[in-house]
Design a protein around this ligand. Structure first.
Ligand SMILES: Nc1ncnc2c1ncn2[C@@H]1O[C@H](COP(=O)(O)OP(=O)(O)OP(=O)(O)O)[C@@H](O)[C@H]1O
Ligand SMILES: [Mg+2]
Length: 153
């Protein structure tokens, strides 16, 4: 999917068959912990720890969590990671932070430093987007399809 097709304010997706949510501190450590716990949860759902889909999901969680900790941070507030297994086999990843500002896809900022996180998300996720979180903040979501793109190890 290209950055031009990123969905904004997408409707609420289907209800997951299995779910996991956890709050983390908006720090680098919190972001690392989010990635580790995501892999643990996927393993509990039967995903092989060294599988390509697990690697892809871990990378997407890591980038979205890092963004929440760095760009979505508000003093005294954390971010929330949600994982949902949909009945058709898709994995939905949701990262909710308290800031209203929206991500700017790295594809629009090629000349600048950084800006790789969302390019990685765009490459690995079948879909991703942003929706407002009431009463404040936003949720950045991404879906990993059952047939996962190859992850370079
Ligand atoms: N959760 C967020 N809240 C607010 N702004 C965000 C959020 N995530 C990303 N952004 C904005 O989108 C830009 C692009 O994010 P992206 O992850 O691609 O790059 P980066 O975080 O700047 O650098 P890198 O991920 O390569 O370390 C960020 O620089 C930031 O301005
Ligand atoms: Mg980033």
């Amino acid at each position: 999917m290209t950055s031009e097709s990123v969905q904004i304010d997408a409707p609420q997706p289907a209800v997951p068959a299995q779910q996991f949510t956890q709050l983390f501190s908006a720090t680098r450590r919190g972001a690392r912990l989010a990635r580790l716990l995501a892999v643990e949860q996927l393993a509990a759902w039967g995903w092989p720890r060294d599988g390509e889909r697990t690697d892809a999901a871990a990378l997407v969680v890591a980038e979205l969590a890092a963004n929440a900790a760095v760009h979505g941070r508000l003093e005294g507030r954390g971010f929330r990671l949600g994982l949902g297994l949909l009945p058709d086999g898709r994995l939905r990843i949701e990262v909710t932070d308290p800031r209203g500002e929206r991500p700017v896809s790295g594809a629009c900022r090629e000349a600048e430093e950084g800006g790789r996180g969302l390019v990685i998300v765009d490459a690995l996720a079948a879909n991703w987007g942003v929706r407002p979180h009431r009463p404040s903040g936003k949720t950045v979501w991404a879906e990993i399809s059952p047939a996962c793109p190859r992850v370079r190890r």
